[in-house]
Design a binder for this molecule. Structure first.
Ligand SMILES: Nc1ncnc2c1ncn2[C@@H]1O[C@H](COP(=O)(O)OP(=O)(O)O)[C@@H](O)[C@H]1O
Ligand SMILES: [Mg+2]
Length: 246
């Protein structure tokens, strides 16, 4: 049985003269919550977009479920929440969900049940009739998450999913993420919140498109000798690859 959901090998992405990803390699097993951390511009969103198939690599490989990223047959197995929400602002909350349901081929009772589940998870049931444009940033973020997980994908790619989400709901999101991972869903989550990073099974820290470290949060603390992830990342940022990680 192959438990590997994502494999990235020597992945490089150039935008003109700018190298956004630089020979990145990593693998992610099924059921993992995998965190992407790193400063703005370090390549987190670029990596996620290549995995969704929205961007093509300049060189190297990205495979999901053993198939090249972007292959049509794996599209329904993936859910994607973009950093800037991909909603239709002139549609209501419910119409946005219906749109994504139809894209993913959900019909009838299945569609109704999952729509209610998703609305309830993000606490938008009472706002189902509101148009996207009437929602605050935080509410749009919640709707965007609901659209990404509506079809119960095996792999969820969440690009800074909790920005603008209040701490209580962030807690609810994380309970859902943990439950989904327990059921075998693989989640890749980019975040600036170190409290979230500490809840990931593994963390990849990027800088200038390179992997500075890829380890469990506990191992990162252990090998840097720091008391918090914040301090560990500051140290790794300064010392780069010289920190003695195996
Ligand atoms: N479509 C694009 N065209 C040109 N440069 C881009 C494009 N997308 C991202 N970049 C650049 O690539 C680098 C990595 O960006 P990004 O992946 O968005 O980083 P992060 O998500 O970690 O903040 C940045 O320098 C950014 O300006
Ligand atoms: Mg980004």
């Amino acid at each position: 049985m192959n438990d590997e959901v994502v494999r990235v090998e020597e992945l490089t992405k150039d935008f003109g003269a700018l190298r956004a990803l630089d020979r990145l390699s990593l693998t992610i097993p099924r059921g993992t919550i995998y965190g992407l951390v790193g400063p703005n511009g370090s390549g987190k969103s670029t990596l996620i977009k290549i995995l969704t198939g929205l961007l093509r690599p300049t060189s190297g490989q990205a495979t999901l479920f053993g198939q090249t990223a972007g292959t049509i047959s794996i599209r329904r197995r993936i859910g994607y929440m973009p950093q800037l929400e991909g909603l239709y602002l002139d549609l209501t909350v419910e119409e946005n969900l219906q749109f994504f349901a139809s894209v993913y081929g959900l019909k009838g009772a299945d569609q109704r049940v999952r729509t209610e589940e998703a609305l309830s998870l993000v606490e938008l049931t009472a706002r189902r009739g509101s148009k996207g444009e009437e929602l605050s940033g935080g509410l749009r973020q919640r709707l965007s998450l609901a659209c990404a997980l509506l079809h119960r994908p095996e792999l969820l790619l969440l690009d800074e999913p909790t920005v603008g989400v209040d701490p209580e709901l962030r807690q609810t999101f994380w309970e859902a993420f943990t439950r989904m991972a327990g059921e075998g869903t693989t989640l890749i989550i980019s975040t600036h919140y170190l409290e979230e990073a500490s809840r990931c099974r593994r963390l990849a820290m990027l800088r200038d498109g390179q992997l500075l470290v890829e380890e469990s949060p506990a191992r990162i603390l252990e090998s840097t000798g720091e008391a918090s992830l914040e301090e560990a990342f500051l140290r790794l940022g300064k010392e780069g690859r010289r920190v003695g990680l195996a």
